[in-house]
Ligand binder design. Structure first.
Ligand SMILES: [Zn+2]
Ligand SMILES: [Zn+2]
Length: 341
């Protein structure tokens, strides 16, 4: 099955001979960009020069903010509406939302002989719509039984609100998360507090894209603005950090909250590191059980677990075989340098 679909050495997911997702392969006419996280952006510049690049409309807008405005005008970078098919050389490509972050998609390719190969992309669970396929390459970020979570994300939301409101009583609250997770947290917090929310100009622009696509988030304050400087001296505000936008350790005042399910316990979503530092298990990935339910729902008869990202490909393949009775193997690619974004 690894001849029909596989993960290449640089992390690109090959679906049939003509399509690659989230990486560059010189023989593929099309690259599908499932979402904007760094572990899926490898060799994007090479693809820009040589391939047709397909993505959802929100992903294109987010990439224009992230990379440069020039991307908006390139004829080989194509945003396709949800549910619309794209045909090339006898292959039909379809993108469906994957619930992981704004714009993220699952990808299915129907080959000229009618057989179907697909890539889950990073996904959340449950989902309204799941791709149906014969062969599936699946993300393995939480593909280990010890990555099961005994609490729901709505419980996590409630605990986050409770924690933020409590800590705001003592001054500023600084929140850091991966893109997508941060905006989900903002939506959760937006109705709960009226304090100003301060972020870098780039993050402000990014949040504008989320708002354009329906997220209920009030406009953020640009940290370089006069208003923001005023609030920064007042003490009660939320300050947001994307990954790569500074370190929360060693803050002089206020509370640091890191949103990540990576170190979290399976029973309690809030981890207190000190009275002023917390980790909250907010994530946009399905957990172990959700991953198995997703695989079942695709109807796949052959599963390839992505060994480039996430680090649980072998355990997941074993579980798919033993618990679902579906043929499964890890991709032959070696682990990449990114983990689980
Ligand atoms: Zn990822
Ligand atoms: Zn991701």
């Amino acid at each position: 099955m690894q001849s029909l679909a596989n993960v290449s050495a640089n992390g690109g997911i090959a679906l049939g001979g003509k399509v690659v997702c989230d990486g560059f392969l010189s023989n593929a006419a099309v690259r599908v960009q499932t979402h904007i996280h760094a572990d899926h952006m490898t060799d994007f510049e090479s693809s820009k020069g040589f391939q047709t690049i397909l993505m959802s409309e929100p992903t294109k807008d987010l990439l224009v903010v992230e990379l440069n405005a020039e991307l908006a005008y390139r004829s080989n970078v194509i945003a396709i509406p949800t549910g619309q098919l794209y045909e090339i050389e006898g292959c039909r490509i379809e993108l469906l939302p994957s619930g992981h972050m704004l714009g993220s998609t699952q990808v299915s390719v129907t080959l000229p002989d009618g057989s179907r190969v697909a890539y889950s992309g990073d996904f959340n669970w449950p989902l309204n719509e799941v791709i149906r396929t014969d062969v599936l390459v699946v993300d393995s970020t939480y593909g280990s039984p010890d990555r099961a979570r005994r609490y729901s994300q709505s419980e996590v939301n409630d605990r986050l609100i409770e924690l933020v409101l409590r800590q705001l009583g003592q001054g500023a609250v600084h929140i850091k998360a991966h893109r997508g997770t941060l905006e989900r947290a903002l939506e959760v917090l937006d109705g709960a507090t009226q304090v100003p929310i301060i972020a870098t100009p780039k993050l402000c622009k990014e949040v504008d894209v989320y708002r354009k696509f329906g997220y209920q988030i009030r406009p953020l304050l640009d940290i370089s603005s006069e208003d923001a400087r005023h609030y920064l001296t007042e003490g009660q505000y939320l300050r947001l950090y994307g990954i790569g936008e500074g370190d929360l350790f060693g803050l002089e005042n206020g509370t640091a909250i890191n949103l990540s399910a990576f170190m979290a316990s399976s029973t309690d979503p809030v981890l207190e590191l000190s009275p002023r530092a917390f980790s909250v298990a907010m994530t946009c990935h399905a957990d172990f059980d959700g991953t198995l339910r997703y695989i079942e729902a695709t109807g796949a008869q052959h599963v390839i677990t992505d060994n480039y990202r996430g680090g649980h490909a072998v355990e997941l393949a074993i579980a798919v075989r033993s618990q679902l009775g579906i043929d499964a193997a890890p991709s032959q690619s070696r682990p990449g340098r990114y983990w689980g974004e």
